[in-house]
Design a protein around this ligand. Structure first.
Ligand SMILES: Cc1ncc(COP(=O)(O)O)c(C=O)c1O
Length: 369
């Protein structure tokens, strides 16, 4: 696709996703469930899934059944799992499309069974266990009676999993306690002859911090896109960021002193100042906060005035040659300078996950290999 025909776009390096998955698979030696919910963390669900499968992922994990169905329709033949809630009325489609659902509440199963009977097939499911996340999951003591009740039914439990709340803080001891609770349950299930074949727990942070929680499937999301699971964790240097955000200068003009820039005139030119415009705003997921920077001509330049819905203004005095059509980098590298997703997240007082998940649909995604 022709990049020149866009005024702002995301560049997504699919090879980076493939290699990041392959690296995690080699390192852990177990199956990888690539978590590609929320439009593949903003990278595009289908291309991200294809790249992950190419890197050796045997599973793709999503949050909602609609995401899984869209991947099936797009031709993804890998195992697909819904990690969140599936409305019971969608169970027949899950059965038809071989989508694995999560069961996290014993009371959910009865309704699911009723819908499974309508279809006549067998619903494939993994049981989610609450070990300390305080979100979805049945209590460990509920699992054995639940699995017993399902024996011989239309629900086939193929896996069991839990989710970690603080795997990015290994020194806290919290994840260790979660692992102990989970392991205790696994031992009891083994003893009862009820242990499902697949066991998984490790999100990206646990992939790197808790090898004892790899079991036989790992479930990384953020790391496959080359992002660090938390500002407290250093990203493994083998992982490559997959996403860059670029734009073009669409206007450059010199304003006289005293010119208010953008809504509210919160920035006023002090002298003759060169002000550039990029066609990017909060309608694209670029936040309306002060003190932001982008790269022009390999240099950091400040955004001045309020970010609008579709435009933002740059102070270009340090790049006197900048002209309309020049490339601007909002996330990524230009020359010797890099603005990482983490840097943007810090400016927005959030985490890198929220930055990429907030990238608007209207941003063209250009895929490179
Ligand atoms: C149940 C579950 N597993 C795995 C992940 C992947 O987490 P991460 O992106 O931190 O690797 C998520 C994401 O939030 C999740 O909700």
């Amino acid at each position: 696709m022709e990049i020149n025909s866009y005024s702002t776009w995301l560049e997504i390096d699919l090879n980076a996703i493939t290699e990041n998955v392959a690296y995690i698979k080699r390192m852990t030696g177990v199956e990888v469930m690539a978590v590609i919910k929320a439009n593949g963390y903003g990278h595009g669900a289908r291309p991200a899934a294809q790249a992950a499968v190419q890197g050796g992922a045997t599973w793709c994990g999503v949050a909602r059944i609609e995401e899984a169905l869209a991947l099936r329709r797009a031709g993804i033949s890998a195992e697909l799992m819904v990690l969140g809630y599936t409305p019971p009325s969608k169970i027949p489609e899950a059965i038809d499309q071989q989508i694995v659902v999560s069961l996290f509440d014993p009371s959910q199963a009865e309704t699911c069974l009723n819908y499974a009977r309508i279809n006549g097939g067998r619903l494939r499911a993994h049981v989610k266990v609450e070990t300390g996340m305080g979100r979805l999951g049945m209590l460990p003591e509920e699992v054995i009676p639940f699995l017993r009740a399902l024996q011989g039914s239309a629900i086939q439990v193929e896996g069991i999993f839990t989710h970690f709340a603080r795997a990015d803080e290994p020194e806290s001891g919290y994840t260790q306690r979660q692992i102990e609770i989970f392991n205790q349950l696994l031992a009891e299930l083994e003893h009862e002859g009820l242990k499902p074949p697949l066991v998984h727990a490790a999100n990206s942070a646990a992939v790197f911090n808790f090898p004892q929680a790899w079991y036989n499937v790992v479930r990384p999301g953020n790391a496959i896109f080359g992002m660090s699971p938390s500002p407290a964790m250093h990203l493994d240097p083998a992982l490559k960021p997959a996403l860059a955000w670029k734009a073009r200068l669409i206007s450059v003009r010199t304003f006289q002193p005293g010119q208010g820039i953008s809504y509210g005139s919160i920035y006023t030119t002090k002298s003759n100042e060169r002000i550039g415009v990029i066609p990017v705003g909060y309608g694209d997921g670029f936040r309306r906060v002060d003190n932001q920077q982008v790269l022009v001509g390999g240099k950091r330049v400040p955004i001045v005035g309020r970010v609008c819905m579709d435009q933002a203004m740059l102070q270009l005095d340090t790049v006197p040659d900048a002209k309309p059509g020049d490339e601007v980098v909002l996330i990524g590298t230009q020359g010797d300078e890099t603005i990482s997703v983490d840097e943007v997240a810090e400016r927005w007082s959030t985490i890198n996950y929220e930055v990429v998940c907030g990238l608007a649909d209207r941003l063209p995604r250009i895929y490179t290999k």
